[in-house]
Design a protein around this ligand. Structure first.
Ligand SMILES: Nc1ncnc2c1ncn2[C@@H]1O[C@H](COP(=O)(O)OP(=O)(O)OP(=O)(O)O)[C@@H](O)[C@H]1O
Ligand SMILES: [Mg+2]
Length: 345
């Protein structure tokens, strides 16, 4: 296997978090404590199917997708529900990002993987990274990476539960001794919440809300806490294929979201039944840590906590959405220190 030059190896070992909605690549600073460089792009690829050609990736692809995609092109999300659904598009996206990172030709990569991914999904991810030009790939379960970034004591023997609610996946892991000792993931995360808003509007208003607009409504108005003033309005949404405006209240958005979030409660309660008594006791005493973009939804942790045996503690606001890539970047900086956590096969 070709090794990258020493200078490149020190500065340019890459950390990669290929998510369902964002792809994040960090290239660690040369010394401990120096800030890593970060490329963070929407996980969208514009493909010319007739010529089997990638036309644009990331922001550029997203901008075209948000307007009118010409019939000859299709906007593809390479990762769906936490699994690589379009390997060629995923590979093209990564290759374009390597070029942006101006790193070595064949970077050594520490990549995040869903803790609950199966062997085939892990091998597919490794294959895509190698196909995109990585010289070497080592995987690290994403919740473990987030735990490192947050400084959780996962090197000890006491089990810690970390829950990553992203766009495509809720990834649940119990970690101890720098390992994942229990993992399960399920696909009821941010995209599922967006679909819930789309379904609600279709049922109540007879309108088909584009997914991107549903996401905006969710992020700007989504609040599961019950407060006095629920009648804030989200004004002036112009549907792309209509000239009319639609006002949606926070109350309606909460109704739509509660339906979807119910599935998350059910899954987390099913997972609870899988855990042994010692693990349960530790989690009851310490609670579980919540990370990921969707963990930013107001009132989510408290709402879910009401139906669980344990409390959910959202990570600090400044770290909640970026803990995974921050942890992967830490590990990419000094892989030897995290050797027991890294998956070599
Ligand atoms: N303020 C907010 N309230 C609710 N949801 C939010 C908020 N901000 C972002 N999100 C949601 O977070 C999700 C993106 O989270 P994240 O970046 O963790 O996903 P990802 O890593 O790309 O996906 P995954 O890990 O599931 O493959 C999107 O569904 C987005 O709508
Ligand atoms: Mg993620």
């Amino acid at each position: 296997m070709a090794e990258v030059p020493v200078v490149g190896r020190l500065a340019k070992r890459l950390a990669v978090d290929f998510g369902s909605s964002r792809v994040r690549i960090a290239y660690p600073g040369p010394r401990s404590g120096t800030p890593p460089g970060l490329i963070d792009l929407p996980a969208i690829v514009l493909v010319d199917r007739a010529h089997n050609r990638v036309v644009a990736v990331g922001k550029e692809a997203e901008e075209v997708a948000a307007t009118t995609v010409p019939p000859s092109l299709s906007a593809v999300r390479p990762m769906q529900r936490g699994v690589i659904a379009e390997p060629d598009a995923a590979q093209a996206m990564l290759a374009a990002m390597w070029r942006l990172s101006k790193g070595p030709m064949r970077p050594s990569v520490i990549a995040g993987v869903a803790a609950g991914a199966n062997t085939a999904e892990r091998l597919l991810l490794i294959g895509v990274l190698l196909g995109a030009g990585a010289g070497r790939v080592r995987l690290l379960p994403r919740p473990l990476a987030a735990g490192y970034a947050l400084g959780l004591p996962i090197a000890g023997s006491r089990p810690k539960m970390i829950i990553d609610i992203g766009a495509g996946l809720v990834d649940v892991a119990v970690c101890a001794l720098n390992q994942v000792i229990y993992a399960r993931s399920f696909p009821y995360a941010g995209d599922w919440f967006d679909e819930g808003v789309v379904r609600y509007i279709r049922r109540e208003r007879g309108e088909q809300l584009p997914r991107e607009l549903a996401q905006r409504v969710k992020c700007e108005l989504g609040d599961l806490a019950v407060t006095e003033n629920q009648q804030r309005t989200f004004s002036s949404i112009r549907l792309t294929h209509h000239t009319s405006y639609m006002n949606i209240s926070a109350d309606e958005v909460r109704t739509a979201l509660l339906h979807s979030v119910e599935r998350v409660s059910e899954e987390l309660n099913a997972i609870w039944l899988d855990l042994d008594a010692r693990t349960r006791d530790a989690i009851i005493a310490d609670g579980a840590t919540l990370v990921g973009g969707s963990a930013q939804m107001k009132g989510l942790a408290d709402h879910l906590g009401q139906s669980l045996e344990y409390a959910l503690h959202p990570a600090p606001e400044t770290e909640i959405a970026t803990a995974t890539i921050a942890g992967l970047s830490q590990v990419a900086h000094s892989p030897a220190r995290f050797a027991t956590a890294l998956e070599t096969k």
